[in-house]
Design a protein around this ligand. Structure first.
Ligand code: FAD
Length: 383
């Protein structure tokens, strides 16, 4: 292992790897990524694969619009098909209040070039014929939303970063960050010390533990959320991500390559570092899946898992430079939408680090907003 680097990124999830790749793409050299376990082992490999631009605020809509542009060209850029498919997101709406709120969001999304629209229950059923339409009065639909394969995306970013000279050390835990007069001196790992002046904390659910070592206080807490996957069903049955807030934020979609139905709902536990799957979730999600698509009653669940939503008080990540310590940055606390955001976040962080500024709406994710009591509107969350 090298014992010196210009930049040390802590966290080998999709966000840390996207930042590493984008930094190297901008010409930065001498970058190390530390991952305490194996790449993707945090939240990323446990995610629901969804990628949407249907948010209710300008910053997330703009970031996701940029992310989707990158997702679309990722195969060309990184040389690997990450199974990005624009199969859409379909929000089922059950009352006038929901319709009113989603109409407002659609107007904002359209303003920034996202072609979402409100459709009738009949149109929704044309998109997913097996839906139970009982009580559905409208739906919000965007055909340019979609999904991708987190496993392929992680290795695509990691290998592309390596090709540009980034060193990635798995099974290497950052145990401490040593300071000298407000500047970073070194990162202490369980495999030795790395001398560096710059650290990027991309540890998501664990970000707070690193911050605590150097007296930085940003409220990010790990909550257990779970996912399931069913046995494969005939391809093309549930192409979009289908979401219902009436059924506690249940979401489901069929994987692009293997055909299983993957999804979850809003049952959460925590803050906790325990991610053991629960029977309560298995029962709850099976019931809700079959409320939305009754035929799923006859399909077997083959896998259930737990993972973290790393949550801030407003459900939006903390991204930016930490003022008290020279060259210390954070990009963490992505809740249920860090996978989808990671391409644009990587670009934004690389611009910030290299140029000291970015034209992306980084102000929205300001890590100091909590201390100022300036919470953003809660991002649309599922699961
Ligand atoms: C059930 C579920 C469903 C989800 N569905 C979606 C979805 O559909 N769409 C979406 O966009 N998002 C979804 N998410 C959220 C998404 O998974 C995360 O927001 C995203 O993966 C965050 O990526 P990350 O790289 O920031 O974090 P992580 O993948 O958690 O990576 C952080 C890494 O840091 C490492 N690390 C921590 N501390 C240290 C240390 N001291 N030293 C070295 N390494 C360290 C960890 O091991 C970990 O691998 C879902 C999450 C869950 C749990």
């Amino acid at each position: 292992m090298r014992n010196e680097a210009k930049t040390v990124i802590i966290g080998g999830g999709i966000v840390g790897l996207s930042i590493a790749y984008n930094l190297a793409k901008l010409g930065e050299e001498d970058i190390i990524v530390l991952e305490k376990n194996y790449l993707g082992s945090g939240s990323t490999f446990r995610c629901g694969t969804g990628i949407r631009q249907q948010f209710g605020d300008e910053a997330n809509i703009r970031m996701m619009k940029r992310s989707v542009e990158i997702w679309k060209n990722l195969e060309e850029e990184l040389g690997v098909d990450v199974n990005f498919r624009q199969t859409g997101y379909l929000f089922l709406l059950y009352n006038e209040k929901e319709v009113k709120d989603f109409k407002k969001n659609v107007e904002l999304q359209n303003k920034f070039g996202v072609p979402s629209r409100i459709i009738t229950p009949e149109e929704a059923r044309e998109i997913v014929p097996s839906l139970n339409m009982e009580g559905v009065i409208a739906a919000a639909w965007n055909h340019t939303d979609g999904k991708a394969n987190p496993f392929k995306a992680v290795f695509a970013y990691a290998n592309a970063a390596k090709k540009l000279g980034v060193k990635i050390y798995e099974y290497t835990m950052a145990k401490d960050i040593k300071l000298e007069n407000g500047s970073i001196k070194e990162v202490v790992t369980d495999r030795g010390v790395i001398k560096t002046r710059r650290v990027i904390n991309a540890a998501n659910g664990w970000a707070k533990l690193l911050n605590e070592k150097i007296g930085v206080n940003i409220p990010i807490e790990p909550y257990k959320h779970q996912g399931i996957k069913t046995e494969p069903i005939k391809q093309g049955q549930i192409e979009p991500m289908v979401v219902s807030f009436k059924h506690d934020g249940v979401y489901m979609t069929q994987e692009a390559d293997q055909g299983g139905v993957i999804g979850g709902y809003a049952l959460k536990y925590g803050p906790t570092f325990d991610i053991t799957p629960t029977y309560e979730f298995l029962r709850g999600v099976s019931y809700r899946f079959s409320q939305i698509i009754p035929a799923l009653k006859y399909v077997n669940v083959i896998r259930i898992w737990g993972g973290y939503y790393a949550e801030t008080p407003d459900g939006n990540a903390a991204i930016g430079k930490i003022k008290e310590i020279d060259d210390y940055y954070i990009a963490a606390g992505f809740s249920g939408h860090g996978f989808m955001l990671s391409p644009a976040v990587g670009e934004m962080m690389a611009e910030l680090v290299v140029n000291g500024k970015t034209d992306k709406p980084i102000w929205f994710y300001d890590p100091y907003r909590f201390a100022r009591g300036e919470l953003r509107g809660k991002a649309i969350q599922m699961g």
